[in-house]
Design a protein around this ligand. Structure first.
Ligand SMILES: [Zn+2]
Length: 163
């Protein structure tokens, strides 16, 4: 069974997150940015965590990022996932988000995007691996963002991805 053929919990596309989901459907990674201070943030929020402004815009990100953290899951518990190979779940920091802001300004989880890391040998995943977003059209109403190693991927300084 392909990854896309599995049943998925459907996302709640509320007014704040709908542009993100609609962007994925259009094969674009749209991130919310503050209209007052340009801080790029994810997940979408009503207030800017840097300046508390309620004004925001949407920007199309490059889809390039760096693995911040990851887990390799070998033992699938849910019946629909049993028998599948290892699943790599990665936290990725988009390149549009300044590395220094992740820990200095925000909660560590803010601005990191979770996703499956595909087309990648689990033994080759390391923190700092350069990745690129790929769009998986699960069905007519759902497109998911996944990550794969960037072409000619290199590993950035591990301390840079953690800043
Ligand atoms: Zn702001």
């Amino acid at each position: 069974m392909s990854v896309s053929a599995r049943p998925y919990v459907r996302p709640c596309k509320d007014p704040l997150s709908r542009p993100f989901w609609d962007g994925l459907t259009a094969h674009q990674l749209c991130l919310q940015s503050c209209a007052a201070c340009d801080t790029v943030r994810h997940p979408p929020a009503k207030h800017c965590p840097a300046c508390l402004s309620e004004e925001y815009n949407w920007t199309t990100a490059s889809g390039n990022g760096v693995v911040y953290s990851f887990a390799v899951i070998h033992n699938m518990i849910l019946p629909q996932w049993q028998g599948s190979g290892p699943l790599i779940i990665a936290q990725v920091r988009p390149v549009e988000v300044p590395a220094a802001s992740v820990l200095v300004r925000f909660n560590e989880a803010t601005n990191l995007i979770y996703g499956d890391l595909v087309n990648c040998d689990p033994s080759s995943v390391v923190v700092g691996l350069e990745v690129h977003g790929v769009f998986d059209d699960v069905d007519d109403g759902l497109t998911l963002l996944r990550w794969e190693p960037a072409p000619a991927a290199s590993v950035r300084d591990r301390s840079e991805s953690a800043r």
